[in-house]
Ligand binder design. Structure first.
Ligand code: BDP
Length: 685
């Protein structure tokens, strides 16, 4: 603790008192919130006024008092503007601006909007008007944080939540975290891992949760918890947790009462049920709908919500990619209004590239939300610079054709087609106790861009990147442009050096860092083994999901079924996801599949090296600390890219029996040597 306070003190001291020299030390803890504090003279010349004394409105006033370098601002609540939800309008000219909102939190969002504009250099001399209504009502972060402070798939240190110190002692980071979220519009957080410890619902932990909820409330953030379906048996002492038994329902009702007494605006539960060993209603022969509805009924009197995950698959002979659809579609229409089905962006598991989950084009009578993974479980942890906004956009903009063309995933989930109730979107957080919050400084951009897209999914990945770079690093176009370029290329680069052309899940077992296409653990689940997904043999490679194979294509609406089924029309980026094709298959550019794979891996490596070189050239624009840290990680990324390329090509070559094209860099490693690499990385479960 002492060290943390000391550090914060040092940062303030550094920023306020020591020019240039010590500015070289920047641990990234300020994120994108680097507004310049206005001088007392400027502050004295203008008024920031609000008629509302609501805590969120007062925070807005305080932020503007501290950082708004312009003239007068008036904050106004307008009760007639219910349709604005938590949005806002900013109007005015250089002398006077007005932020109007329906809810107090809208005023705070409006304040951050203004500060963002100021930060990126917008002039306010001309009269201007901005109106923003968020596209999703609930903009959710899912923390996969355990009560022992390990974080499942977390790569930024331990959990931010100091459970042992709560409720008595409060880390200053809680409020910093809430402020960062509010500045990008995130308004919902699920505090604990979906592989949930029942203890989170014990009275002891609820007292701790209450403290966080109280701290987050002024920032407009509602708290949810992941609930373990067996809680009634495990912490309630009941014989079982059968959702249709009275005692079980009573237990949940009593628990809900206890929670809402402590936290009147508690959001609800997120549930991972009957998935990867978690308990659920099926343990008692009940359906997902019966399980979800029981909890929904319990929370209904308090306006609570249930986010029920569709991430289910069993070790059967059925293609894993088909299972969630097969299980959930028959239940469509059976869920209560306060249940939202939470579906991962793709049908397998947060791979570098997946086609969108077919459930998005199929569920029409229930509410559904997308779950993205912001933490980079499958994208190089916090070692690789991978800007994820292009991945998020790819899913959100994908056309499901559910109601004719342009029925995008975004529209299927944002309330455009299914009006009643709240719309939502979730991202699995990449935040931890590291000084810079996210491990890699550039991973902050993934938290940021997720929030910005949750607020407005029509924003472009490029615009968000630009905004983030300017706020976080430097506004100089000679810096912004090349960095933006790197960011925008980075996701495709990672796809290329990890698993191009629709390859998926050929990661090292369990921890998912690095390649292991040869992976095969005796007696382990087939659907956790790389061979299950790549199906490489001398005849070819890829997963046949057409009618001659698992027929997963049938889960998509026309014309997608047709497009994906036909090898000639299937996007080549998804070729090996949907098809098993011969090594000699001719790609659209005339290359054989084998050659094309080689070129793709090689392109990924070149890009990773280019990122290094580009960063090195920008040294003058960045403080030493962040420059060196990013430089170090880019070197790891380049190294890993070569590792991936060599491992996958050398392994597949044993089937393809073809030479690696002469015009690319030959492998640096031997296959046998690569097979021996065993990383001692722990997967916290
Ligand atoms: C997978 C992770 C696992 C999670 C699971 C989930 O490997 O740690 O528990 O997803 O989403 O991506 O429930």
């Amino acid at each position: 603790m002492f060290t943390r306070f000391y550090k914060i003190y040092l940062i303030i001291f550094t920023v306020v008192w020591i020019p240039v020299g010590l500015l070289q030390a920047d641990d990234g803890s300020q994120l994108w919130l680097r507004y310049d504090r206005v001088s007392a003279q400027i502050a004295a010349l203008r008024t920031i006024s609000s008629k509302s004394s609501h805590a969120s409105a007062q925070l807005a006033v305080q932020e503007l008092e501290n950082y708004w370098a312009g003239q007068h601002i008036e904050l106004v609540l307008d009760q007639r503007k219910q349709s604005w939800k938590d949005g806002y309008q900013i109007q005015g000219n250089s002398q006077k601006l007005r932020i109007t909102a329906y809810q107090p939190i809208g005023l705070l969002y409006g304040a951050y909007d203004l500060l963002r504009r100021q930060q990126v250099g917008q002039e306010f001399s001309e009269p201007f008007e901005v109106s923003e209504i968020p596209t999703f009502d609930l903009r959710v972060l899912n923390h996969w944080d355990n009560l022992d402070r390990t974080v499942e798939r977390g790569y930024a240190g331990h959990s931010l939540w100091l459970w042992d110190e709560l409720p008595g002692s409060i880390s200053p980071r809680y409020v910093q975290y809430a402020r960062a979220n509010a500045s990008i519009g995130i308004n919902t957080v699920v505090l604990n891992n979906v592989n949930a410890s029942p203890q989170i619902l014990s009275s002891t932990y609820l007292q701790k949760v209450k403290v966080l909820a109280d701290l987050f409330r002024p920032y407009g953030i509602q708290v949810y918890l992941s609930a373990n379906f067996s809680s009634p048996a495990v912490i309630g002492g009941l014989d079982d947790s059968d959702p249709l038994r009275d005692e079980v329902q009573q237990w949940w009702a009593m628990k809900a009462k206890e929670i809402y007494n402590l936290i009147p605006d508690f959001g609800g539960f997120l549930v991972k049920a009957n998935s990867e060993g978690q308990p659920g209603p099926q343990d008692y022969g009940r359906t997902h709908a019966e399980g979800a509805n029981m909890l929904a009924d319990v929370l209904q009197p308090y306006n609570g919500l249930i986010m029920w995950r569709a991430f289910v698959y069993n070790p059967t002979t059925e293609d894993r990619a088909k299972q969630a659809y097969a299980e959930f579609l028959p239940l469509d229409g059976q869920f209560r209004d306060n249940v939202i089905i939470q579906t991962k962006n793709g049908a397998i598991d947060f791979q570098p590239r997946e086609p969108f989950h077919p459930l998005f084009g199929a569920i029409k009578k229930s509410k559904q939300m997308v779950e993205f993974q912001i933490t980079q479980e499958y994208l190089g942890f916090s070692n690789h610079l991978v800007y994820l906004a292009p991945l998020f956009k790819e899913t959100l903009d994908a056309d499901t054709y559910a109601y004719g063309s342009n029925s995008t995933v975004a529209k299927m989930t944002d309330g455009t087609y299914h009006q009643q109730g709240k719309s939502a979107i979730a991202g699995v957080a990449n935040i931890g106790a590291d000084d810079n919050w996210t491990g890699h400084h550039f991973a902050q951009a993934n938290w940021y861009s997720y929030g910005r897209l949750a607020w407005n999914h029509t924003l472009s990945a490029a615009d968000i990147a630009e905004e983030w770079i300017q706020a976080t690093f430097d506004k100089d176009p000679n810096f912004v442009k090349p960095v933006k370029d790197v960011m925008l290329k980075s996701r495709e680069a990672a796809v290329n050096y990890m698993m191009p052309l629709g390859l998926h899940h050929i990661f090292a077992f369990d921890h998912h860092y690095g390649p292991e296409p040869w992976g095969d653990i005796p007696n382990a689940r087939a659907d956790w083994m790389p061979w299950y997904y790549h199906n490489a043999s001398t005849s070819g490679v890829g997963f046949d999901r057409t009618a001659t194979g698992s027929n997963a294509v049938a889960q998509y609406n026309e014309p997608l079924q047709q497009i994906y089924s036909d090898v000639a029309t299937c996007p080549e980026t998804l070729l090996l996801w949907f098809h098993h094709v011969p090594w000699t298959y001719q790609m659209r550019n005339g290359n054989t599949l084998w050659d094309e794979l080689c070129y793709r891996y090689d392109a990924g490596v070149s890009d990773a090296r280019h990122f290094q070189k580009q960063w090195d050239e920008l040294e003058a624009y960045v403080d030493k600390e962040r420059f060196l840290d990013v430089q170090k990680r880019l070197a790891i990324q380049s190294h890993d890219a070569v590792w991936w390329k060599d491992a996958v090509l050398l392994y597949f070559q044993t089937f393809a029996n073809k030479p690696i094209p002469h015009d690319i860099e030959p492998p640096k490693h031997q296959l046998e040597e690569l097979k021996k690499i065993k990383l001692n990385l722990k997967h916290h479960n």
